[in-house]
Design a binder for this molecule. Sequence first.
Ligand code: AMP
Length: 186
Amino acid sequence: MQDVCVFCGSSAGKDPVFMQAAKALGDAISSASLGLVYGGAHVGLMGQVADAVLEGWQKVVGVIPQSFASKVSHEGLTQLHVVDSMHARKAMMFELADACIALPGGFGTLEELTEVVTWAQLELHQKPTGLLNINGYYNALLVFFDHAVEAGFIKPQHLELLIVHHDPTQLLQLLEDYKLQAASHN
Ligand code: AMP
């Protein structure tokens, strides 16, 4: 694993614990000598995770659509790709990374997260996807996913495609283990 894509809120959230978690994830990424790929903005949790990885002297690559590049781009990144659309952005973020992690966020984060899990269940890729569940932020979503399994809309084995943990370092290790396991099966 070399580069991790992080999906997260463009907002900071009301509880400071979410910004602290974004910093902790950035610190864990740089401590593991990994690079970060993300949405390229300086705002909210997005800016915080990028700043933490930069402070650890690791590579940060942003991918941002032309339409709001001038308003929210982070000016200090290792590399910033400006693309034509949100679709092009998501495709590029995914292509550039070996694994994806979602921190707390809103609709944008949920959309990015569920898209990569959908692609995994269709066997379009074997990149691991992690959910960093800070302060139980995602508990209600996980209960809903169980409900979707019970109702017959998500297959139980597909639920396992999402690796959930509350600790950034341990989550990174679980993603690494998943990759090694997938490689040994190929
Ligand atoms: P949200 O969770 O709704 O705040 O959306 C955050 C996610 O969607 C990020 O991972 C970005 O890729 C994208 N996104 C949504 N809003 C913005 C924004 N104002 N600036 C940059 N990226 C955004």
